[in-house]
Design a binder for this molecule. Structure first.
Ligand SMILES: C[S@@+](CC[C@H](N)C(=O)[O-])C[C@H]1O[C@@H](n2cnc3c(N)ncnc32)[C@H](O)[C@@H]1O
Length: 352
């Protein structure tokens, strides 16, 4: 038997013992931060009574509080168990390995389409030298290698050894690709070495995005171009009837999970500060209507557990948050910005 939210909340608070209508609403307010409307509470009570899930205690004609019937207790237990079971099946419990996670993302239609846009925005010509900063498992190296043709050169740099192993395996047949392990805050390349540079979800993680941009500016030639594909996690909007839970979830991701959570909107300004001119800022909005698909990208359950540990959700809030995401309908969206910036063609030698 399914119960709606008001009925479920009523059953839930009555599990702790009998309560009058007013007490039920106070307990619900404690749990959710909001009272049920009068009509909503009396409707829920009437329907639960009609289904035989709650009853009024009566003693010598005096009306006493509501309590759960045996059927009510069983129904509540079944509901909670089924929510937990569905959540278990729906959400990932393990943290995916870093390389596998990037590969899985790269296979999604959304990532493929904005990556294609980013390569187009780079406007690479045959024979050019391109730098892929934070190349990860080499997701973009083949497309860049194709654009420069064998007469050009693609350099991938990343700090992760296992990422580079995967990138190496992927690019064995592409002699124009070179890989380097290093920290992009201190690029191991001479001034003016590259025609093009690219980041994809990298600046959002680094300790000093402005410092990295100064380095990219140094290694690009006059007329060179940088394309940054960086999300803005403060635009993450997950639909939930309790809006404050959506806000808490987004705040937790933007403040605690991603080092530079608002980098998407900041990229253009930081690039100007580093001496670039901005050619275009293209917002790419992803919309998820399938909770499983969203979970693959957003790690909904994992990050909800972290949000509890970090104090952004109380445990009961986390339970209601996941329960609603599980039952749907689900909708979430987030914006990634493709920021296209150029080194002025007339720029003299880099003088940092
Ligand atoms: C989200 S992954 C993106 C990988 C790749 N650009 C892609 O689109 O699949 C971010 C990558 O940036 C790398 N990274 C983060 N900080 C770095 C740093 N300071 N220097 C070099 N690489 C870094 C990580 O090792 C990781 O591979």
């Amino acid at each position: 038997m399914r119960t709606n939210d008001a009925q479920m909340l009523t059953l839930f608070v009555l599990a702790d013992g009998p309560l009058h209508g007013y007490g039920i609403n106070t307990a619900i307010e404690k749990l959710t931060g909001a009272r049920l409307g009068r009509g909503s509470l009396s409707g829920a009570l009437a329907r639960l009574e009609a289904k035989g899930l709650i009853e009024r205690m009566e003693l010598q004609g005096r009306q006493l509080p509501f309590r759960l019937t045996l059927l009510g207790q069983e129904t509540l237990e079944l509901e909670l168990a089924s929510t937990a079971r569905v959540a278990e099946q729906l959400f990932e419990t393990a943290v995916p390995d870093r390389v596998g996670y990037q590969d899985r993302l790269a296979a999604t239609e959304f990532v493929q389409s904005y990556k294609q846009l980013a390569v187009e925005a780079l406007a690479v010509r045959p024979g050019q030298a391109v730098l892929d900063l934070g190349c990860g498992p080499g997701t973009d190296l083949a497309a860049l290698a194709e654009a420069v043709t064998p007469s050009g050169a693609v350099f991938g740099i990343d700090s992760g050894a296992e990422m580079l192993d995967r990138a190496r395996a992927r690019t064995t047949g592409l002699p124009q690709v070179s890989l380097q392990r290093g920290d992009i805050h201190a690029l191991p390349y001479a001034e003016g070495s590259f025609d093009r540079a690219h980041t994809d979800r990298v600046l959002q993680h680094v300790a000093d995005p402005a410092g990295v941009l100064a380095e990219v500016r140094r290694v690009l030639r006059p007329g060179g171009r940088l394309v940054m594909a960086e999300p803005d996690w403060e635009t993450l909007a997950v639909d939930h009837p309790e809006l404050q839970l959506s806000r808490a979830y987004t705040r937790h991701i933007a403040e605690r999970i991603v080092r530079n959570g608002a980098l998407g909107r900041q990229s253009a300004r930081l690039a100007v500060d580093a001496g670039f001119t901005v050619s275009a800022v293209l917002p790419v909005v992803s919309v998820f209507r399938d909770v499983r698909e969203a979970d693959q990208v957003l790690g909904l359950r994992r990050n909800t557990e972290r949000a509890v540990a970090a104090g952004y959700f109380r445990p009961d809030e986390a339970e209601r948050w996941l329960a609603h995401l599980t039952e749907g309908p689900f909708l979430a969206s987030a914006t990634l910005y493709l920021t296209v910036v150029d080194v002025p063609a007339e720029a003299g030698p880099y003088n940092g």
